[in-house]
Ligand binder design. Structure first.
Ligand SMILES: CCCCC/C=C\C/C=C\C/C=C\C/C=C\CCCC(=O)SCCNC(=O)CCNC(=O)[C@H](O)C(C)(C)COP(=O)(O)OP(=O)(O)OC[C@H]1O[C@@H](n2cnc3c(N)ncnc32)[C@H](O)[C@@H]1OP(=O)(O)O
Length: 180
């Protein structure tokens, strides 16, 4: 099935914000996190930027591959905002095409390519040097739609309680709820 942007999705260019303040990918409360900032694009696409910090190294002066995969995963996850669904990564296949030095800004783009029942297929690229620069990383992913209970059931009690007693977090979780 062709992906369809939800009628109440954020407008193209709109900053999506963090889905959870403690998220390693997008949260403001993680000092060594990626602090990835994503914006809605046209259709079912998002764009995002992330600058590699010294805390993200694998080899001297170069980004760790797992961190780059996290940046792709987070960007792909942000597509949830445009579908207004809650989905988690089931599969993430990553190509590392060029090394990414510390200090580099990665220009990321992600798009939903197909949907089938609870399955959401998507693809992403990360470019260096500018939004039109060469591709350094890319990924194909399968996300699976889940109920909000997925997090309540599997998460650790203390973080769940803290999230549920934070009105901002409850508001953010509602923004994802499936309500056609
Ligand atoms: C109270 C506080 C709440 C706070 C939350 C608030 C907001 C957050 C909401 C949304 C988040 C928004 C943005 C997120 C942004 C970025 C985050 C990055 C995303 C992540 O980083 S998220 C963490 C990593 N992620 C996981 O932690 C998942 C662990 N995992 C599981 O939880 C299960 O594994 C699950 C649910 C994935 C599937 O389990 P399941 O039981 O539902 O699925 P099931 O087996 O029924 O399969 C159904 C069909 O999918 C096919 N299928 C399944 N898995 C497949 C695979 N791997 N490869 C190929 N096909 C696969 C089957 O083959 C079948 O296909 P078919 O229908 O054709 O037979």
């Amino acid at each position: 099935m062709k992906p369809v942007r939800h009628p109440d999705a954020p407008l193209p260019g709109e900053l999506l914000g963090a889905h959870y303040e403690q998220c390693f990918g997008c949260g403001g409360a993680q000092s060594h996190g990626l602090h990835l900032e994503a914006r809605a694009g046209e259709g079912v696409t998002v764009i995002a930027e992330f600058t590699v910090q010294p805390a993200h190294q694998g080899a001297p002066g170069l980004a760790h591959g797992g961190v780059l995969a996290s940046a792709l995963d987070e960007t792909l996850g942000s597509l949830n905002w445009l579908l207004r669904t809650i989905a988690v990564t089931g599969r993430l296949e990553t190509d590392f095409v060029r090394p990414v030095p510390v200090g580099t800004t990665l220009y990321l783009e992600a798009e939903v390519t197909a949907m089938a029942g609870r399955k959401i297929y998507s693809t992403a690229t990360g470019r260096i040097g500018g939004p039109e620069g060469p591709v350094a990383v890319r990924a194909d992913a399968l996300f699976l739609e889940v109920e909000v209970e997925h997090f309540v059931h599997h998460g650790r009690e203390e973080e769940i309680q803290a999230a549920m007693s934070d009105p901002d977090q409850v508001r953010r979780a509602r923004a994802f709820e499936v309500n056609p």
